[in-house]
Structure formats: C-alpha cells, structure tokens
Design a protein around this ligand. Sequence first.
Ligand code: NDP
Length: 263
Amino acid sequence: MDLELKGKVAVITGGSVGIGLAVARGLAAEGVHVALCARDEARVVARAEEIARDYGVRTLGVAADVSRAADVARFAAAVSDTFGGADILINNAGTGSEETIMEAPDEKWHYYLELHLMAAVRLARALVPRMRARGGGVILNNASICATQPLGYEPIYNVSKAALAMFSKCLANELIGDNIRVNTVNPGLIQTPDWEKTARLLTRDQGVSWEAYLEEVAKENTPIGRFASPEELAHFFVFLCSPKASYCVGSSYYVDGGWLKVV
Ligand code: NDP
C-alpha cells in the first residue's frame, strides 16, 4: 500500500532511541525526511546520519531538551532553516516517574508538565503556521495508557500524560479547519531502553534478572502476555501520519495488547 508520504517532512522529539527512533525509521522507510531532537547530541546526530544513509532521505539531528522553552524554539528554528517547515509533528520525548503526591515537590510537577505538555504546546505554536501554509499536516502526541489507567507509583507521569491527551483533543478541534489532524496514541508495554532501565533498577538486589522481571510484568498486566517491540507500535504511528487515516481526528488510540481494562 502506498501511504502517500514520500517527500513529507516529520519532526520527532526524543527520536534517538526507543519508540521515537522506530517511528523516525518507519517514516523514513516511506520516504519522509526527518528532524530529530534529544538531549544527548552525539547519539541523536549519529541516529540521524544512519537514517539518511539507510533510507536516502534528508535528516537533521539536534541536541535539545524539550522541557526548556529556549531549546524548543532553537529546534523549531533549525527545522525551518533546513526544511522550510514540517508536515508532521510527533511529540514523543518523555519518561516515567516515581513519587507520591504527598511527598513530591512543586519543582517535580513543573518539570513533568514542561516535558510532557508544554513542549507539545510550544512546538505546535512554532510549527503550525508553516504546516498551514503547506496545506495541512498531522500532529501525533505520544501519551500513554497511563493517561487513562494510572500506574500507582507514578502519579505525576499519569497526570501530565492525561493533560497531554486533553491538549491533543482541544488542538484537534482548533486545527481541523486547517486540514491538520491531531491525535493521541496511548501505548501499553513497549520494550525500550526506558523500561530496561526501570527493570534493572527494580531488580538490583532481588536475585531476579531484569528480563524475567519484564516478562512477569507483561504476563501480569496484558492479555497478550508480552511487550511490543518499538517497531510494532511505529507501524501504527506511520499509518496515522498518512492520508489513509484521513478520518482519524481528535481521538486517543490504544496500542496495548489488551491492557486497558474498560471498553
Ligand atoms: P526512551 O527512554 O527509550 O527514549 C526517550 C527518548 O526521548 C530518547 O531519544 C531521549 O533521548 C529523549 N528524551 C528524553 N527526555 C528528553 C528531553 N527532556 N528533551 C528531549 N528529548 C528527550 O523512551 P520510550 O521510547 O520508552 O518512550 C517514548 C515516549 O513514549 C515517552 O513519552 C513515554 O512516556 C511514552 N510511552 C512509552 C511506553 C513504553 O512502554 N516504553 C508506554 C507508553 C508511553 P535523550 O535521553 O538523549 O534526551
């Protein structure tokens, strides 16, 4: 199936590893030029160069911490300078948390809201004017199943992702008249370095391997009984970016192996 994406330009935050990288590679395989950002400059530049080599598309890798307004502005300016704007924006950069509401300080709340919510707000403001001028586009916000079904150890993560999902819905209403489709993707268990790091931490002195721990997490939580690979999830992102998903507007789509407990 031709997804009619060839020659488009996509901006992906947190594109150097995990889900963001898999989405970047999935889009590049369809002939999409990609601009990636992440904090670790060497890694994001190396991944961008690899994608250019592997798929023959133009790429840009920029060191930027999207929880900082100045970095977001610098990244958006680099995208405009290099590509003249973008057709697709994937707000993906993010990470889990661990706290109780009673003990977490204001600063931690502020950080996660900047990272998960304000980065998406600022990138939309920066990139939408040129998206409009190009005739339309797609914005996908990578929230989490936790935006709806919270995990007990990470209330700040749950709340900030729920805020992102509501922002996504409001933005969808505001931009559909400009032929810009905005949606949220809520992944379940995707085996990325972020989960590996968590599993290693939690099994440190437990006499159980991190791999066995992850297997147990998947069996306990998901009817399918396993994690997804980032590539399995990326196919869905790529589809939503394409004109084949033309009636997908303002929704939240779960890709979770059946983990969500309600209909
Ligand atoms: P990874 O930790 O594997 O990758 C995160 C990516 O984001 C890296 O490229 C990282 O690079 C970048 N990043 C992290 N913080 C920032 C920042 N402040 N500014 C810019 N870039 C940043 O995570 P995943 O691939 O697992 O997760 C990606 C997204 O998917 C997250 O938003 C997460 O909440 C969401 N998600 C993940 C699930 C899963 O099971 N894995 C399930 C549901 C949602 P660097 O460190 O160099 O900045």
